[in-house]
Design a binder for this molecule. Sequence first.
Ligand code: NAD
Ligand code: ZN
Ligand code: ZN
Length: 346
Amino acid sequence: MKALQYRSIGSAPEVVVVPDPEPGPGQVLLKVTAAGVCHSDIAVMSWPAEGFPYELPLTLGHEGVGTVAALGAGVTGVREGDAVAVYGPWGCGSCAKCAEGKENYCLRADELGIRPPGLGAPGSMAEYLLVDDPRHLVPLDGLDPAAAVSLTDAGLTPYHAIKRSLPKLVPGSTAVVIGTGGLGHVAIQLLRAMTPARVVALDVTEEKLRLAREVGAHETVLSDAQAAAKVRELTGGVGAEAVFDFVGAQPTLATAGAVAAVEGDITIVGIGGGTLPVGFGQLPFEVSVSAPYWGTRGELVEVLALARSGAVSVHTETFTLDEAPLAYERLHAGEINGRAVILPHG
Ligand code: NAD
Ligand code: ZN
Ligand code: ZN
């Protein structure tokens, strides 16, 4: 089958032919109907050889949906032909965190060498994907594959982040979204669907800010050195009860710290490598800072339900598997508005 692989440190991803995977005991083989292109893959492909955590070549793709093509021995609970979404942050399935559905925070995944598809295990940017256990599959139940695939990360990750701050996002409050790309443009919709907060979105181009307004941002601000002062002004000096940074670089974290309200939440989702000094006097009183990873299985079920209700939809641009390298080039250049989605059979 064809697969998009990151083959050697520093090289561009390539479409290659690899052996067709076959499901072993307990595994499920999916025919991939759609795979999402995440900026984290670009980060992975920029990491140096020293300390690189995964074996190469690596088939990319940690957002995946497909139809069940074959079942390994002993698999129950799914049937051939079922349309499913893949919960990506695989864990051991039995530690205290996994027992809560928080496989994203599995206590034993590292020790057991368990990796998410596309982030260590072979990913979804291929014609077929092996899923280690049927518990990682959530029924699509009528959702369109290309429209739904990015909910597994670009939906789930902001959903998890926003849930933490729901008690603070009361009427009259403000939520700031920094970076309105794949994750950020879904975050805006989730905030509108789940909270009465006023949503202020920041990005670096007018085109991205236009999408932010289209999907529900009340206010948009260009993300520059004056951005924090503008957001403060928009909030009558109070600041934002919740700030979600989908960039995580030094300048955006500085903005996040400067716009947070007293008792506000700052959530660092982007892996841009910046740091935010935390300590008495560094931030407004009682600000809480968190850097979460992905979300829980239960939250994925909730995000898909929200999409079925029509409250959130991913703005997608689709590519064939052969065009996947181009999708990464365009994402790297900041030219994707919303999310790029690969259709391996399409
Ligand atoms: P994306 O490229 O689709 O979106 C990033 C957006 O940020 C773009 O619209 C870009 O124009 C904007 N941007 C860049 N610099 C900016 C600045 N200085 N100020 C404001 N906006 C700026 O990326 P994505 O796929 O949505 O991922 C966003 C980030 O989240 C990445 O760092 C990714 O690695 C990370 N991520 C983290 C998790 C997690 O679990 N923590 C999960 C998925 C993605
Ligand atoms: Zn991702
Ligand atoms: Zn576990």
